[in-house]
Design a protein around this ligand. Structure first.
Ligand code: COA
Ligand code: AMP
Length: 619
């Protein structure tokens, strides 16, 4: 079938289309109903276990000896390969370790860990026993971890003694202790993996040593769960300081991820697939852990950076070392590599025979970067678009379905199963090529979120502005050939090095400084990271120690949210541009920091503020 035929089938008969895709998995009870329209639930009567499909069934199919998880840590020098049989053994015992602490089906388990194999074992172990994991990115600070602990109320928190950033060791345990002392909810216990580079102090009675608990545990088997049961909660930035707990189900998620590995990425069982992301983000959940393993691929777990660990050649050396067929990373990583290796000498030095395509996502892939890397690699470089809420790509070039036409500047076409619309503020469809709000028609395909943890109202709000549609939060346009172009967020979310952050949340932290009267944080275009935060701050009359305040504000953002959110600049101004009704004109501030033409709105309270702010931002 051609791509067009497949897309037409998904459009005209989604139920049959996704039932066929579901047949690619082992089900304890194959669903009889594809989709419950009223509740908007996929495979409502299906029963399955995601871990069984990602691990055990490959062993049962005689592939126990083939590689499943390849760990590469250029910072520590550690490297290891786990076969599917190894993975089964480790996951089953890790699951036993959780059960020994009383974790049961439906209980939540927070995983705050660096990129080590135990983190992957832990995620799969939760899936094995029907517990719901919530992985918190290691770069988040203690207050962010505490918020997530309070929201999902885990029975256990799993962590490690440390992680590594180039040139420094990040002690996780003090962050965990700090978070647990802030959180109202107290988990029954923590289990801490002691890395040999740094031992953490364990609190008797509360903290367990991972190795001892693991050694004492008995392996446990997969339990059957309902397809609609939650597999995980992943918190992502919304427009306020409270993160959104995206809930992912088991059956729909496993179905689409398994399908996407072949259809989008063009990989098959036995291939090596590498998503150079972090398990703390949705890309890591879907394409470091679940997608490749569901398909029976070997997945690469990389504890390092695209540059500096040790150099800009690490991606290409590891592609060669492990015969990686598909590599997936963020455009920022490619910009960093280009900066360090502008002639592509490391690329030339590698054979890259195994590599068939490079996929980019997480932020806008600027055509210059995309074309540079495509030229250097001599392979297809494919931009694709998705969100934590959706869980898998919604706009892509479906390489595995034979789509090859790439238009730099566009993220590709709608993936089968997704129906995009571009509308204006009044709800009218925009003509081809015109920019508007990017929407997806309901029902969303399997795998996409069906609720937010503890917050069904906030979930419903995402469907309210344009009834019958999910509002993506991005502006975009669809050209005459169906290519979808993403223009950026329409809300208070920015993407820094592919990491999704809320400027509203940063404003809350800045506003907490005792000398700050008001502030606005906007995303400024950044040559390396795509976007970075810039803060405009008004301090109390008479306060002049701006250098000190700047230091304190940056320290608070790093300490309250995490170092990844550190702003690029802080400008102290006498006032912020506002409408007569008092609304801060953040778009105008964004134009100012980006050097764009500033259109003075009719509604502005005091046009003179603009010149003043421009001077401060320039100086
Ligand atoms: N734990 C603790 N700290 C972390 C962290 C983690 N997991 N991840 C990042 N940080 C820290 C960094 O050490 C840095 O701290 P510093 O300001 O004290 O130096 C800060 O957060 C910013 O990190 P980062 O955004 O990674 O910038 P960088 O300058 O250290 O590195 C790049 C630049 C380009 C190498 C890096 O941004 C990168 O690898 N980008 C690709 C990102 C990516 O793959 N995203 C995928 C999401 S799908
Ligand atoms: P996250 O939920 O962290 O995956 O972030 C989702 C947001 O990242 C989207 O709403 C977009 O704004 C942005 N994004 C992701 N992929 C792309 C892409 N390929 N092009 C442009 N923006 C992207």
């Amino acid at each position: 079938m051609t791509f067009a035929e497949i897309a037409a089938r998904a459009e005209n008969d989604p139920d049959a289309f996704w039932m066929d895709a579901a047949r690619g998995l082992d089900w304890a009870k194959f669903p009889q109903t594809p989709h419950d329209r009223d509740g908007d639930v996929w495979f409502p009567d299906g029963e399955i276990n995601t871990c069984h499909n990602a691990v055990d069934r490959h062993v049962a199919a005689g592939r126990g000896d083939t590689a499943a998880l390849i760990y590469e840590s250029p910072i520590t020098g550690a490297t290891a390969t786990y076969s599917f049989a190894d993975l089964q053994e480790r996951v089953a015992r890790t699951a036993g370790m959780l059960v020994a602490e009383g974790v049961e089906r439906g209980d939540r388990v927070v995983i705050y860990m660096p990129m080590i194999p135990e983190a992957v074992f832990a995620m799969l172990a939760c899936a094995r026993i029907g517990a719901v994991h919530s992985v918190v990115f290691g770069g988040f600070a203690a207050p962010e971890l505490a918020k997530r602990i309070d929201d999902c109320q885990p029975k256990l928190v799993l962590s490690a003694s440390c992680g590594f950033e180039p040139g420094r060791t990040i002690a996780y345990k003090p962050l965990l202790d700090n978070a647990l002392s802030r959180a109202t909810h107290k988990p029954v216990a923590t289990i801490v993996f002691q890395r040999e580079e740094l031992a953490a102090d364990l609190m008797p009675g509360r903290d367990r040593d991972w190795a001892a608990a693991y050694d004492a545990a008995d392996p446990v088997d997969c339990v059957t769960v309902k397809a609609s049961d939650p597999l995980y909660i992943l918190y992502t930035s919304g427009t306020t300081g409270t993160p959104k707990g995206v809930v992912r189900d088991n059956g729909g998620h496993a179905t689409v991820l398994h399908w996407s590995m072949g259809a989008i990425y063009g990989v098959d069982t036995g291939d090596v697939y590498w998503a150079a992301s972090d398990i703390g983000w949705v890309v890591g959940h879907s394409y470091i852990v679940y997608g490749p393993l569901l398909k029976g691929c070997a997945t690469v777990l990389f504890e390092g950076k695209p540059i500096g660990t040790p150099d800009a050649g690490i991606f290409w050396q590891l592609v060669d070392k492990h015969d990686v067929k598909v590599l997936f990373t963020a455009p920022t990583a490619i910009r960093a590599i280009r900066r360090a290796d502008p002639e592509g000498e490391f690329i030339d030095a590698a054979s890259l025979d195994s590599l068939q395509a490079l996929f980019l996502a997480g932020e806008r892939a600027d055509p210059d970067t995309l074309l540079w890397i495509a030229e250097k690699l001599g392979k297809p470089v494919i931009d694709h678009w998705w969100q934590t809420e959706l869980g898998w790509p919604a706009i892509a070039t479906c390489y595995g379905l034979g789509q090859t036409h790439i238009r730099a500047g566009s993220a590709g076409h709608a993936v089968p199963g997704y129906r995009f619309k571009v509308k204006d503020a009044g709800g009218q469809d925009m003509p081809a090529g015109a920019v508007g709000t990017l929407l997806i028609e309901q029902p969303l395909p399997p795998g996409a979120f069906r609720t937010l943890w503890n917050n069904p109202e906030r979930f419903a709000a995402g469907f309210m502005d344009y009834p019958g549609h999910y509002t993506t939060g991005d502006a975009g346009k669809i050209d005459e050939d169906g290519f979808i172009h993403i223009m950026g967020r329409t809300d208070d979310i920015i993407n820094v090095a592919g990491h999704r952050l809320s400027t509203g949340q940063m404003e809350e932290v800045v506003a907490n400084h005792p000398q700050v009267v008001e502030c606005a944080v906007v995303g400024a275009a950044d040559e390396l990271k795509g976007e970075m935060a810039v803060a405009f701050v008004v301090t109390k009359p008479g306060f002049a120690d701006h250098e000190e305040a700047k230091y304190e504000i940056v320290t608070s953002i790093r300490g309250d949210i995490g170092p990844i959110a550190a702003p690029r600049a802080i400008y102290f101004v006498d006032g912020l541009p506002k409408t007569r009704s008092g609304k801060i004109l953040r778009n105008l501030l964004r134009d100012i920091v980006n050097g764009a033409d500033v259109v003075v709105p009719q509604t502005i309270e005091d046009p003179a503020v603009i010149t003043h702010v421009q001077e401060r931002a320039a100086g």
